[in-house]
Design a protein around this ligand. Sequence first.
Ligand SMILES: Cc1cc2nc3c(=O)[nH]c(=O)nc-3n(C[C@H](O)[C@H](O)[C@H](O)COP(=O)(O)OP(=O)(O)OC[C@H]3O[C@@H](n4cnc5c(N)ncnc54)[C@H](O)[C@@H]3O)c2cc1C
Length: 375
Amino acid sequence: MGVSQLSPYLRHRLISEEEVIAAVISNDAFDVAEKFVQEVVWRTYWKGALHRTPGLWSSYEERLNHLSRVEPSETWSSLYEAARAGNTHLPYFNEWVNELTATGYLHNHVRMWFASIWIFTLRIPWQLGAAFMYHHLLDGDPASNTLSWRWVAGLHTKGKTYLARADNITKYSDGRWNPKESELAAAPFHIEDEALGRPGEAIALPPFRHSTHPGLILTIDDLSVENILDMKPYKSVCIYDPQASEQSVLKGVFLQQATQDFRARLAGVRSDMAISVATSLAEVTNWHDIYDIDAVEILAPNIGPLSKPLRELIASLSQTRVSVAFLQRSWDATLYPLCDKGFFTLWERFKKRWGQREELSGVVPIMNTPLCNYI
Ligand SMILES: Cc1cc2nc3c(=O)[nH]c(=O)nc-3n(C[C@H](O)[C@H](O)[C@H](O)COP(=O)(O)OP(=O)(O)OC[C@H]3O[C@@H](n4cnc5c(N)ncnc54)[C@H](O)[C@@H]3O)c2cc1C
C-alpha cells in the first residue's frame, strides 16, 4: 500500500498535477507510471465533476447548516459526539479519528472504511462526516472529499455504495485491525439525495480596463508561482485567505509554511515584487490602495468554501475604481469539460491530451463563461 503523501501539496498547488506527472513519466515509461498518473487524474476528475455541477456544493452546505441547527434529541447526536471524540464502541474507528486529528492524513483505503462506517454502521448523516474529515485533512479538498463521501453513500454512481467489511479491513491492514463482522453494518441502506442547490447568481464583473501593471489575487487553492508570474509584470500579489481563522491548528501551520514557501519561490522569480496576505475585505482594499492598483486579475479558485467570500470580494471591488478579470489554469480549462462522463472516459481523453502537453500549461483568461461555475 505505497503512497506518496503528496496530496496536501497538490491540493494547494504548491506543486501542480502537470509537474508531478511529468516528473514520474521522465523516470518511468508511461505504462509503468500509469497507475500513479491515474491517481493524480482522479483529483482532476472530482474537481471537474464539481465544477460542472456546482449545485452539489451548495446543497451540501445548506444541509450542513440545517444539521448544525437540529435539536440534540436526534438519534445520531450522541454517536456524532462520540465519533468526533474518537470515543465510539469501535476501537479501530477511534484509532482512525485520532490519527486523522493528530496527523491530518489517512490512507485512501482507511478514508473509505471510515466514511462507510460513519454512514452505514453509526448512521450519522454523511455531510457531518465529510465536514469533519475536510476540517482535519491537510489535503481537505471540497471536490475530492465531498464527492468521495457521496460515492461511498451511493450518491455519485446512483445505487453503487461502498460497504466496509470486516474481512477486507483485516486483510488490507495486515491484521492490524480485526473488526468483528457483527459490529459492522451487514448491508448498506438507501440514502435519499438532496435536491441540487442553486448555484450562485451569475455575476457581472466591472468592465476590465487594460492595465500594464495589474495586481494579482491568489487563494490557497492555487499557490503555484511558476507559469503565472512570468506572464505579466504584476505590481504586487495578494493571497486572499478569508477562512484562515477557521482552519484546524495543523492545517493553519501547514498553510503558513506554504505561504512562506510561496514567498521564497517568488523571491527567486521576481525579487522586486511585494506579497501581501489579506484575511478580510478591508485588508484587500488596503493592499490595492497601498500599491495604487486599478486593475486586478484573480486566479479562479475551485467551487467550494471560497465561493461566497470571492463573490463578496467582487461586489466590494465593484464599488471601487478597481476593475477585475478572472484567470484559470489551462489544465483546468482543458480538462474540466472532459469530466462529463465517468472517470475512465476522462482517463482515455487525458492520455490523448497529454501528447499535446503545451495546451495544459500556463493560465488563460476566463471569457464568456458564467462565473457561477467558478465561484
Ligand atoms: C472518503 C474520502 C475522502 C477523501 N478526501 C480527500 C480530500 O479531502 N482531499 C484529497 O486530496 N483527497 C481525498 N480523498 C482521495 C484520496 O484518499 C487522497 O487523495 C489520497 O489518500 C492522498 O494520499 P497520497 O497523496 O498518499 O496518495 P497517492 O496514493 O500517493 O496518490 C497520488 C496523488 O493522487 C491523487 N489521488 C489519489 N487517490 C485519489 C482519489 N481517490 N481522489 C482524488 N485524488 C486522488 C492525490 O492528489 C494524491 O496525492 C478522499 C478519499 C475518500 C475515500
